[in-house]
Design a protein around this ligand. Sequence first.
Ligand code: ADP
Ligand code: MG
Length: 312
Amino acid sequence: MIEIDGLTKRYGGTTVVDAVDLRVPTGSITAIVGTSGSGKSTLLRMINRLVEPSAGTVRIDGRLTTEEPAHALRRRIGYVIQGNGLFPHRTVAENIATVPRMLGWSDVRIAARIEQLLLLFGLDPQIHAQRLPAELSGGQQQRVGVARALAAGPSVLLMDEPFGALDPIIRAKAQTDLRAIQQQLKTTIVIVTHDMDEAFLLADRIAVLDNGRLLQYDKPTRLLTAPASAQVSALTGTADRALRLLSLDTVMVAMAPGHADGLQLSASMSLRDALSALIWAGVRAATVCGADGEVVGQVTLEAILARGAAHQ
Ligand code: ADP
Ligand code: MG
C-alpha cells in the first residue's frame, strides 16, 4: 500500500501540488488524471523522490520513503516515462539488466530474468535480447521500457504517460498487455495519463487533479455516477458517460436465462461493445456464449439500458 498524506510541492510562491492525501491499495492500479499543468507528474515524482516534497509524507508498505537515501528508494520502485527512456547504445538485454546489476545480482540470475521478462512481454529472447533499441519498433521499445522498470521485481511501478507516443492500435495493445501483466505480477501501479479512456480502461481507482488539488479519488463507476463536483464531471466527460459506464461491465453481469435467435455474443465482451453489436444487427437480444462457445444465457437491450443508467 502507498499512503500519501498532505503531500505538497511549492516552487517559489506557487503551490503546484496542494496537500494531497491518497491511499493506493497493494496490487491495484491508480490513474492520475487532470489537465496539463495540474501537477500529475510532480505528484508521481514525489513518490520516488525524483522531486522532493515541500511538505507531507509518503509511506510504502508502512515505511516512510525518507528512511533511506533517494537512490536506494528508486531502485525499489519501477519508473517508466513516455518515449521509454532506454539507453540507446546498450542492447535490450543490457537495458533490462540495469537495476539488477546495481543490486549486485549474479550473471546467471540476470540472464534468467531477462529471458523471463522478454517472454512475458511477447518478445523472443533469441531475436531481441542483443538488439539495440533503435532496431525495435516503437511498441517493442515501450515494452522493453516497462520490462526494464520491472526487472528487479519492484512492488511499485510508476508510469508517466507511458503510452503517449504510441499510435492508437499499438497503444490499445500496450494497455491490455499491461493489465494482463499487472494481474500476473500483482504490482501496485500509479499511472499518469491525460487520456480519460486509458484511465477508465486500466484503473481500479482514478485520482482527479486540478490545479494541484485532488478533486476526487474513487472507483471509475463512482466518478461517473457520483462525481464530487461539476468540475469532475467536466473532466471525465458527460457526453459519453453512459457508454463509459457500460465499458466497465461485461455481458456476464446483465445476462438472463434463455436464448435469442441469430446474434451470439461472448460473456466476456464489454456491455458497450455488446450494445454496439445489437444496434448494428438491428436486434433487441442476443444469445450469450461462454469461453468454450457453450450457450450460457441471453442479453437484452433493456438489460443493458438498465446497467448504463446513473441510478444503478
Ligand atoms: P502535469 O504533469 O499535470 O502536466 P506538472 O506536474 O508537470 O503537471 O507541473 C505542474 C506545475 O508545476 C506546472 O505549472 C509546471 O509549470 C510547474 N513546475 C513543474 N516543475 C517545475 C519546476 N522544476 N520549477 C518550477 N515549476 C515547475
Ligand atoms: Mg506531466
